[in-house]
Design a binder for this molecule. Structure first.
Ligand code: NAD
Ligand code: ZN
Length: 348
């Protein structure tokens, strides 16, 4: 099973980091953390060489150009030159934003990502998409740029809240559904994985994501299958975000996958028993999100903001069966609403 050359999967992240830092000569080293990863993850990276620590507040609301400004100010004030390196220790927010900040600083310095959430280990750290949110739109400003190294260790997951683990697990479910039925059917509930089993899970998910990304790095075609569950999921996520309700990305995507599995039966004639299997597995892990009161025209507005739509059409990635996906399937507004009604009616 092949994973990208820049990824190191390890039970000794500190050793791998030390090797990576010795492979080149750097003038200076900066480490970006948030409050949580400073307390929980930095201690696992023993014997760090001399570095400048940049700490930011945790959370998606800080994934902004303002925070990048803070990072660039720190690097500038400390006199970092083009031969310096930035090490991003944290979840997808730190990885996406730290990578973007590094890719822009002095037209680009090297960066190493150490993803510390399940979501960032199986998804965000693979494929070179970097960026920040802007004007309320997710990842509106960004670049494609591969990190020098990504060091992934399940050791970091020990301190992650179960809710965050479940959130990342939604992407694992997605990987199985879009490309590997046997993988999907082998999945257990996230709380039943041990540390070493997480390593296998992460490896398999990275393999699937990487296979897709390598074929279509710029998301012209095939890469769009990774958006399964995300068109409807993002709309739900965004509505909850506006309401300042606490909903994690993967929780919204889990609901989105149920809606889009329903759309798959409508548009691609996916078998009903596959739909039932998906619904049963997902609803055994994730609590139902209340979408009954969601204004259906707002829901459609949110779907229309999706970057992946073409012209005026709503386009989604759907399943022809468990383990196989197709992209650029056009759905009407009424069928999209029907899928939300379906979710609202069936999940307990
Ligand atoms: N670039 C991509 O291809 C891609 C793909 C998917 C998601 N993303 C992005 O990833 C982001 C979401 O990432 P996330 O779910 O990792 O969220 P996150 O980075 O906000 O981390 C979630 C929370 O967990 C804390 N945390 C991180 N590691 C911890 C640890 N080991 N122990 C205890 N607490 C820890 C963080 O401080 C934070 O409070 C979004 O911004 C999304 O857009 C990017
Ligand atoms: Zn996602």
């Amino acid at each position: 099973m092949s994973i990208p050359a820049y990824v190191e999967l390890t039970q000794s992240p500190h050793e791998r980091l030390s090797v990576a830092l010795n492979e080149r000569t750097y003038s200076r080293i900066a480490i970006l953390v948030d409050e949580n990863t400073k307390s929980f993850c930095l201690p696992l990276l023993e014997n760090l060489p001399e570095h400048e620590l940049i700490e930011i507040s945790p959370g998606e609301q800080h994934k902004t150009l303002e925070t990048c400004g803070l990072i660039w100010s720190k690097l500038t004030e400390a006199g970092f030159d083009r031969k310096s390196v930035l090490i991003n220790v944290g979840g997808g927010v730190i990885g996406d934003m730290g990578g973007f900040a590094a890719a822009c600083y002095k037209r680009g310095i090297n960066f190493i990502n150490i993803p510390t959430t399940l979501l960032s280990q199986v998804d965000a750290s693979i494929g070179g998409k970097l960026g920040v949110d802007f004007h309320g739109l997710k990842n509106q400003i960004g670049v494609f740029q591969m990190p020098l190294k990504v060091i992934i260790s399940p050791l970091f997951l020990k301190t992650l809240e179960p809710r965050q683990i479940n959130s990342g697990f939604a992407e694992v479910i997605k990987h199985g559904l879009i490309s590997d039925a046997e993988y999907f059917r082998s999945l257990k509930k996230p709380e039943n994985y041990r540390n070493d089993q997480f390593l296998d899970l992460i490896t398999r998910s990275i393999f699937i994501k990487n296979k897709v990304v390598e074929e279509d790095p710029r998301e012209i075609g095939l890469r769009k299958i990774l958006n399964f569950g995300h068109t409807i999921g993002h709309a739900i996520e965004s509505i909850y975000l506006d309401l300042k309700e606490n909903l994690l990305h993967g929780e919204a995507i889990a609901a989105g996958m149920i809606c889009e599995a329903y759309l798959s039966t409508k548009m691609l004639k996916m078998r009903e028993d596959h739909l039932e299997e998906i619904v049963a597995f997902i609803s055994n892990i994730y609590k139902k999100i209340d979408v009954e009161g969601v204004d259906r025209s707002l829901f459609i507005d949110k779907i229309r903001q999706d970057k992946k739509n073409k012209d005026k059409e709503i386009q989604v990635a759907l399943l022809s069966e468990i383990g196989s996906a197709k992209y650029e399937i056009t759905v009407s507004e009424s069928v999209a609403i029907e899928s939300l009604d379906y979710y609202s009616s069936i999940v307990q």
